[in-house]
Design a protein around this ligand. Structure first.
Ligand code: ZN
Length: 167
């Protein structure tokens, strides 16, 4: 899985990359022998928000892989020109139509080999019009006892909801 996502060519000068160990490093990287560029294969930063609306939790059912047809809270990758907080608000708006206020950081989720470090916030819905975005089949609200535990999209979805609800 990880090998498929590795670049073959230098993003700076387009020469081929090859494995090698930079001076002082502890592990091999992909190096560009032409310009000296070093490719570090690190996780990307993603952010999620668990929005509450009248005591119920807003979840989305995914219309894309991975996790097609399964439920999770709104979230996605942090863009280079925004903060994690801004990304959480934006992703929630795009996926659910809801305008939210972030209340607190619930936790940070990362797994070895995973491509992603996920920060999850607890939020309150302030307004907006709830409707599914392009990457969602539907948006629904669930009381804590109604969470569809068997139909959650990701391990991090289950862990975050578990951390929040202490189930
Ligand atoms: Zn290069």
């Amino acid at each position: 899985m990880m090998g498929d996502s590795l670049p073959r060519y230098c993003p700076r000068c387009a020469a081929p990359l090859s494995p090698g160990r930079p001076p002082g490093d502890r592990r091999d990287r992909l190096l560009c022998r032409a310009c000296g560029y070093v490719y570090y294969h690190n996780p990307n930063v993603a952010v999620g928000a668990i929005p509450f609306l009248d005591g119920r939790i807003v979840l989305v059912r995914r219309a894309i892989e991975p996790g097609y047809g399964l439920w999770t809270f709104p979230g996605g990758y942090v863009e280079i020109d925004e903060s994690v907080e801004e990304a959480a608000v934006r992703e929630t708006r795009e996926e659910t139509g809801a305008e939210i206020r972030l209340e607190r950081l619930l936790n940070v989720y990362s797994f070895p080999v995973s491509q992603v470090v996920l920060l999850v916030y607890v939020a309150q819905v302030l307004g907006g019009v709830i409707r599914p975005g392009e990457e969602c089949l539907e948006v629904a609200t669930f009381a804590p006892v109604e969470i569809p535990w068997r139909s959650l999209a990701f391990r991090s979805t289950e862990q975050a909801l578990h951390d929040l609800l202490k189930y």
